[in-house]
Ligand binder design. Structure first.
Ligand code: PSU
Ligand code: MN
Length: 304
């Protein structure tokens, strides 16, 4: 087994069996600008603690897989430029060569599972990009959800992606997609996408039971919990849609490819909305952190 560096807080939680919630670091290094990225990361961790669980932010630092970061490590990561973005394909290479990198949803799921953490909260997942029928650009997050038994809480996926195709791939891969408290699949900044969610549940307890039932049946993979953004933080679709279109055109014009696509689009949208998208993003991540903590707590009440 690979050596994992645990923060003191996470090590104590593992010993006592306290509920743990994993958090990714690509959202910090590639998903939000400094200093809002580190402020948000701290607020998300505080929200999880306030809800009675323990946060475990995951990253690779100087070749070591960290589960739980100190305040200083978090700050350094948030300020750093040119930090590698690590998905399933990059994680082991980064560790083997002594590198430093931030983990995507896929890589965070892998690390969380190695650390025995069953729940992970974030903002949005990667998915099938628009034009994937020619570019083949499909995030490794989707295959990871089909493989690794971690429940991922997100606010759905951004409309920078092709949402119908993303749902199709998740269905093909056998990933349960569970909308929370509504029948529609939420679309990140908006509670609605116009697409029905395959599954819907109302409580953290139900979601925890669903995870354990999958495990009891020997089914591989996790589940995607699609938690709608709080109403007060929503951005209407007619405001976001033209900005997304402009971001996609800019990416096309700049010839952006591969793993640079998602960060490029996110950065473009943050700049174009002058912080409004960032405010919404922060609100939905906090909301997901709260639900993640509730699910983690519910899991501790169920038989293993
Ligand atoms: N979508 C967002 N915010 C993010 C990401 C996606 O709304 O921060 C990040 C996540 O880390 C996700 C990754 O796992 O981008 C997906 O990148 P790619 O499409 O290259 O797999
Ligand atoms: Mn991609």
């Amino acid at each position: 087994m690979i050596d994992i560096t645990y923060s003191d807080e996470v090590a104590r939680a593992r010993e006592s069996g306290a509920p743990l919630v994993a958090l990714e670091s690509t959202i910090i290094t590639h998903g939000m600008p400094f200093p809002q990225n580190v402020e948000t990361a701290r607020r998300v961790e505080a929200e999880i603690r306030a809800a009675g669980a323990v946060p475990a932010t995951i990253a690779v630092i100087a070749g070591r897989l960290h589960v739980g970061l100190s305040d200083e490590e978090l700050d350094r990561l948030a300020r750093a430029r040119d930090v590698a973005k690590l998905s399933r394909a990059d994680l082991s290479a980064c560790i083997a060569t002594g590198g430093t990198g931030a983990t995507t949803v896929a890589a965070t799921m892998i690390a969380a599972h190695l650390a025995g953490i069953e729940v992970f909260a974030t903002g949005g997942i990667g998915g099938v990009h628009r034009g994937a029928e020619t570019s083949f650009d499909i995030s490794a997050d989707l295959a990871e959800l089909a493989t690794t038994p971690v429940t991922v809480v997100a606010a759905g996926a951004k409309a920078i992606l092709d949402l119908p195709k993303t749902l199709e791939v998740l269905e093909t891969q056998g990933v349960p997609v569970i909308a929370v408290g509504q029948d529609e699949f939420p679309a990140f900044w908006s509670r609605e996408s116009g697409l029905a969610a395959p599954l819907s549940m109302d409580t953290a307890e139900q979601i925890a039971r669903a995870a354990r039932t999958r495990r009891a049946m020997g089914l591989s993979g996790g589940q995607l919990v699609a938690n709608p953004i709080p109403e007060a933080a929503e951005i209407p679709r007619d405001v976001v849609d033209p900005i997304i279109r402009a971001a996609l055109e800019a990416a096309e014009a700049a010839g952006v490819r591969g793993k640079d696509v998602t960060p490029f689009l996110l950065d473009h949208i943050f700049t174009a909305t002058e912080g409004r998208s960032l405010e919404s993003n922060i609100a939905l991540v906090l909301n997901n952190a709260r639900l993640g903590a509730e699910i983690a707590k519910a899991l501790t009440t169920l038989p293993a």
